[in-house]
Design a protein around this ligand. Structure first.
Ligand SMILES: Cc1ncc(COP(=O)(O)O)c(C=O)c1O
Length: 463
C-alpha cells in the first residue's frame, strides 16, 4: 500500500479503504458493496460526528459502553500519564499499582463479600473466566461433576467459544458447533410474551420463570450444574427487567442446590441502571459479577469478574492455582482510565443523574406507544427496548421476511440518517434498543423520541 493512500483521510478514501480491508463485526459485508460504510471520526459529550461533520446522538453509548460520554480529556490524560509511567506489565505473578487500586475500589463498590477481582480485557473473557473458575472451584472442593451452566433463552453472553456456549442465541451458535458441552437454556423474563397461564400476573410469571431454573437443575442433575448466568436486565430480545421477586427466588434455588449465581453485568453495571451494579438495584447477592464496557466508558478496553471471598478461599489458602490468564488483562493504561472514569462518576453524581431522570426517560419513550407499530416499551434506568409489532391488539410480530425488510432494509439506515445511533435488532422479536450516556437529560430524551417518532411513522407506511 502506498504511503499517500495511508495518510489520505478524506471521507471517500476512508470509506473505500474500509470497504477493501476492514472486516466489520456481526455485519453483512455485502450490504456495503454499493453503499457508504458509516465512519465515525470524533465524539463530544452525548454526540458523535462522521467524516462530513454530521452529528449523531449516541443513543447506544457506542455499544452500551460510553457511560460518561465522549471527549473527556481528563480520562484520556490519565491513560497517557500511565503509559508514560508504566505502559505494560502483566498480572501473571506480579501486580502494578493501578490494578491494585482498581481491584480495591471495585471490591468496595461491589455488594456483600465480592472482594476479589480477576481482570480480563473483555466481557466474553469475563464470562468465560467465571465458568473456568467455577469448574476449577468445584473440582477443588470435591465436586468435580459440576460443569454445566444455565442461561436464558436469547441472552447474549459473548462470542468466544466458551462464552458462546453460555449465549442463548441459536443463530449465532450453529455455525460454530460443536461448542464446549454444558450450556443449558431456561426461559427469560419477557413478560410481553409470557405464556398464557401467567400472562396476566407479573408476580406469577416471575415465580414460574425462576422455578424453571429449579426444574432445569433437577432435570440436568444438581451434581452436574456449576452456575447460572443471568443479566440483571436481559439485553438481547430488547430489555427484559426481572419481575418482582424473581431474583430472590433464584437466589434461594441456587443456595438449595449449591449452584453459583453469576450476575453478568457487562452492560448493567456502572450506572446503566442507576447503581454501580445492577444486582444492587434489584437487591440480590451474586456469587460472581462479570463486568466490562462501562468500567472504562470505552476510553480503553477492560473487563473482569468480581468473586466472593467464599469462592476465593480454596484458591487463596492451599497449593491450588487458578490456571488461567490473559496477557493484556488489567492493563495498566486501562486500569488508570477506569479509575479516572470512576472519578467522573463520583464528581458528577452520574448514578444520581440516572435515578433522577430515568422516570422522565421512560415517560418520554412511552409517548411513542400512540404509534401503531410500537407494541411495548420496557426497561429500567437508561436502558430501554421498544418492541415493534404488526398488530398491536394481538401482539402479532413480523414474519422473517418483513422483519428483514423493516430492520435491515429500512430502520437501521433511516435512524442513522436521521441522526440517532441506536440498535434495530431482531435476535428475538424486532426491537429498537436505547442505552444513552448517563449524562443525558430531557433534551436528549426529546431528541430521541422525535427521531424515533418520525422514522417509525415512515416504517409503518412500508409494512
Ligand atoms: C451481557 C454480556 N455479556 C458478555 C458480553 C461480551 O462482551 P465483549 O463483547 O466485551 O466480549 C456482552 C457484550 O455485549 C454482554 O452484553
Amino acid at each position: 500500500m502506498s504511503s499517500d493512500h495511508a495518510t489520505d483521510l478524506t471521507s471517500e478514501t476512508l470509506e473505500a479503504r474500509a470497504r477493501r480491508h476492514l472486516w466489520l463485526h456481526f455485519t453483512r459485508m455485502s450490504s456495503y458493496q454499493g453503499n457508504d460504510v458509516p465512519v465515525i471520526v470524533r465524539g463530544s459529550g452525548q454526540y458523535v460526528y462522521d467524516t462530513q461533520g454530521k452529528r449523531y446522538l449516541d443513543g447506544l453509548s457506542g455499544l452500551f459502553v460510553s457511560q460518561i460520554g465522549h471527549g473527556r480529556a481528563e480520562v484520556a490524560e490519565a491513560g497517557a500519564r500511565q503509559a508514560t509511567e508504566l505502559a505494560y506489565f502483566p498480572l501473571w505473578s506480579y501486580a502494578h499499582p493501578r490494578a491494585i487500586e482498581l481491584a480495591e475500589r471495585l471490591a468496595v463498590l461491589a455488594p456483600g463479600d465480592l472482594n476479589r477481582v480477576f481482570f480480563t480485557t473483555s466481557g466474553s473473557e469475563a464470562v468465560e473466566s467465571a465458568w473456568k473458575m467455577a469448574k476449577q472451584y468445584f473440582r477443588t472442593i470435591g465436586q468435580p461433576g459440576r460443569y454445566k451452566v444455565l442461561s436464558r433463552a436469547i441472552a447474549y453472553h459473548g462470542t468466544s467459544m466458551g462464552a458462546l456456549a453460555v449465549t442463548g442465541l441459536p443463530d449465532i451458535k450453529t455455525p460454530f458447533e460443536p461448542l464446549p458441552p454444558g450450556g443449558v437454556r431456561v426461559p427469560n423474563t419477557n413478560f410481553y410474551r409470557a405464556p398464557g397461564f401467567v400472562a396476566d400476573d407479573l408476580g406469577a410469571f416471575g415465580r414460574w420463570a425462576a422455578d424453571e431454573i429449579e426444574r432445569a437443575i433437577l432435570r440436568e442433575g444438581p451434581d452436574s450444574v456449576a452456575a447460572v448466568y443471568l443479566e440483571p436486565v436481559q439485553n438481547s430480545g430488547g430489555c427484559f427487567p426481572p419481575p418482582p421477586g424473581y431474583f430472590a427466588r433464584v437466589r434461594e434455588i441456587c443456595d438449595r442446590y449449591g449452584v453459583l449465581l453469576v450476575s453478568d453485568e457487562v452492560i448493567c453495571a456502572f450506572g446503566r441502571l442507576g447503581y454501580y451494579f445492577g444486582s444492587q438495584r434489584y437487591g440480590y447477592q451474586p456469587d460472581v459479577i462479570t463486568f466490562a464496557k462501562g468500567v472504562t466508558s470505552g476510553y480503553a478496553p477492560l473487563g473482569g469478574m468480581i468473586v466472593s471471598d467464599r469462592l476465593m478461599e480454596p484458591f487463596g489458602t492451599g497449593p491450588v492455582t487458578f490456571l488461567h490468564g490473559i496477557t493484556f488483562a488489567g492493563h495498566p493504561v486501562s486500569a488508570a482510565v477506569a479509575l479516572a472514569n470512576l472519578d467522573v462518576f463520583e464528581k458528577e453524581d452520574l448514578l444520581g443523574n440516572v435515578r433522577a431522570n430515568e422516570g422522565a426517560f421512560r415517560r418520554t419513550l412511552e409517548k411513542l406507544t400512540d404509534l401503531p407499530i410500537v407494541g411495548d416499551v420496557r426497561g429500567d434506568g437508561y436502558f430501554y427496548g421498544i418492541e415493534m409489532v404488526k398488530e398491536k391488539a394481538t401482539r402479532e410480530t413480523f414474519t422473517d421476511e418483513e422483519s428483514e425488510r423493516l430492520l435491515r432494509g429500512f430502520l437501521s439506515h433511516a435512524l442513522y440518517d436521521a441522526g440517532l445511533i441506536c440498535r434495530a435488532d431482531d435476535r428475538g422479536d424486532p426491537v429498537i434498543q436505547l442505552a444513552p450516556p448517563l449524562t443525558c437529560t430531557q433534551e436528549h430524551f426529546d431528541e430521541i423520541e422525535q427521531i424515533l417518532r418520525s422514522v417509525l411513522t415512515e416504517a409503518w407506511k412500508l409494512i
